[in-house]
Design a protein around this ligand. Structure first.
Ligand code: C2E
Ligand code: MG
Ligand code: MG
Length: 398
């Protein structure tokens, strides 16, 4: 059975809550003096629901305490305060690497409690808890070096769609790596490559493989573009523009077709070399995009200091425009800013029609996301394109 703990100093609410939870066949204890949590044995508790606003020891202090004792059960937050406060508490919970379950904005109706008594879906749990068999950083680094040297990294392509007419405007190349048959996500191995000096070689493998596939795609379908990810660290390599130029010449791809998506994972000092590299790339005809715009340390700073041509709005904002007013305003503002600065704008992380409709209403027309297609092995792209145009009754191939 589900064992819940409600931490709330409001007696009337607690009584209502416990009765409702019991009626759904779960147990619920109440802690009305939050400071006493330090004396409780939480091992048998599966799920803690925390009221944010309590005198003396508030919900955020409880979250910090739960982080310190490495509490592994689920956590929900509740409050009558405005939604942005609840969303911030959720964010804090995730930053503490606690297993976040739900936000309960008071007042709520009884049906909301159905979700509270349910376990989280497996995928959510996986995101929050690292499996004990994960290879260590040093094991992974050694294996990654071997994979790079033997060109054992793969490239997947994900399409970018013009949402006003369904035409495919281009593809983003994404690195893929499996170790002993197990998929290692780029969010794990790219930062590792950056911190161990392997990133330049990794990029060379990805550039080579992406261009090879792209040359085949452009032979069948004219005019799509190709976006390749680069770490901001690589802008400190003065020969990057020449390296790229020699590769596009080898595969006969025009520089105007290539966009470099710069992901800012480290804080970039204002730096003459980076600016010089970016400017030379532009002079050579390449396009430059700020990836995950809005999520980095200094996206706006980058925008002011570099000759960028595109902003790619971070998935965290895009995927929540229909349920979070702040996200909607942020996305709308980025779209308007991009327009005034004469930059292209791309939304990433579109998973459903409601998000697509919200974006087109804001005049954000280029989108990427699982709603259109998940990233696919690059060799399948030509067939995918043919099917896409057929299924969308499009005769013109962009
Ligand atoms: P990114 O460049 O922002 O790429 C978009 C990521 O969002 C990809 O994750 C893609 O699979 C995922 N994505 C796209 N649409 C959706 C959607 O609708 N829903 C969800 N949940 N996710 C979606 P992926 O492939 O895991 O890559 C993660 C990040 O790793 C990339 O983010 C990029 O920063 C980095 N990365 C990947 N390949 C390379 C590479 O070759 N070089 C460098 N430097 N970084 C790379
Ligand atoms: Mg990208
Ligand atoms: Mg991105």
């Amino acid at each position: 059975m589900n064992n819940l703990l409600l931490i709330d100093d409001d007696q009337d609410f607690s009584e209502f809550f416990v009765a409702a939870i019991n009626s759904k066949g779960a147990n619920c204890q109440v802690l009305s003096e939050p400071k006493k949590i330090i004396n409780l044995n939480l091992e048998a508790i599966d799920h803690i629901i925390i009221d944010l606003l309590m005198p003396e020891f508030d919900g955020l202090q409880i979250l910090r305490f739960l982080k310190e004792i490495d509490y592994r059960g689920d956590i929900s937050v509740t409050s009558g305060q405005d939604q942005s406060l609840l969303d911030s508490a959720k964010e804090i919970c995730q930053l503490h690497k606690l297993s976040f379950h739900s936000v309960l904005k008071k007042p709520f109706d009884l049906s909301t409690l159905d979700t509270i008594t349910k376990k989280k879906c497996v995928e959510q749990i996986k995101n929050n808890k690292i499996a004990p068999t994960e290879p260590s950083d040093s094991e992974l680094t050694t294996a990654l070096k071997t994979a790079i040297d033997s060109q054992c990294l793969d490239v997947y392509f994900q399409p970018k769609v013009n949402m006003s007419n369904s035409l495919i405007t281009g593809f983003e190349a994404l690195a893929r790596w499996s170790l002993n048959g197990k998929f290692i996500p780029p969010t794990r191995f790219i930062p590792l490559a950056e911190s161990t000096g392997l990133i330049n070689k990794l990029t060379q493998v990805i550039v080579e493989k992406s261009l090879k596939h792209f040359a085949r795609i452009q032979a069948h379908h004219s005019k799509p573009s190709l976006s390749i990810n680069f770490s901001a660290l690589e802008l400190n390599t003065s020969n990057l523009p020449d390296l790229l130029k020699s590769k596009i010449d080898q595969y006969q791809v025009a520089s105007e077709r290539i966009t470099l998506e710069i992901t800012e994972t480290v804080f970039l000092e204002k730096n003459t070399l980076s600016l010089e590299v970016l400017t030379r790339l532009r002079l050579m005809g390449f396009k430059l995009s700020i990836d995950d715009f809005g999520a980095g340390y200094s996206s706006v700073n980058m925008l002011q200091n570099g000759p960028f041509t595109e902003l790619k709005i971070d998935r965290a904002f895009v995927s929540t425009i229909h349920c979070n007013e702040q996200s909607r305003i942020i996305v709308q503002s980025i779209v308007e800013m991009a327009k005034r600065l004469e930059l292209s704008v791309v939304a990433e992380g579109i998973e459903d029609k409601i998000t697509q409709d919200g974006l087109t209403k804001m005049n954000c027309l280029i989108g990427q996301g699982y709603f259109f297609s998940k990233p696919m092995p690059a060799h399948l792209v030509n067939d995918w394109l043919t099917n896409w145009y057929k299924n969308n009754n499009l005769t013109t191939i962009n």
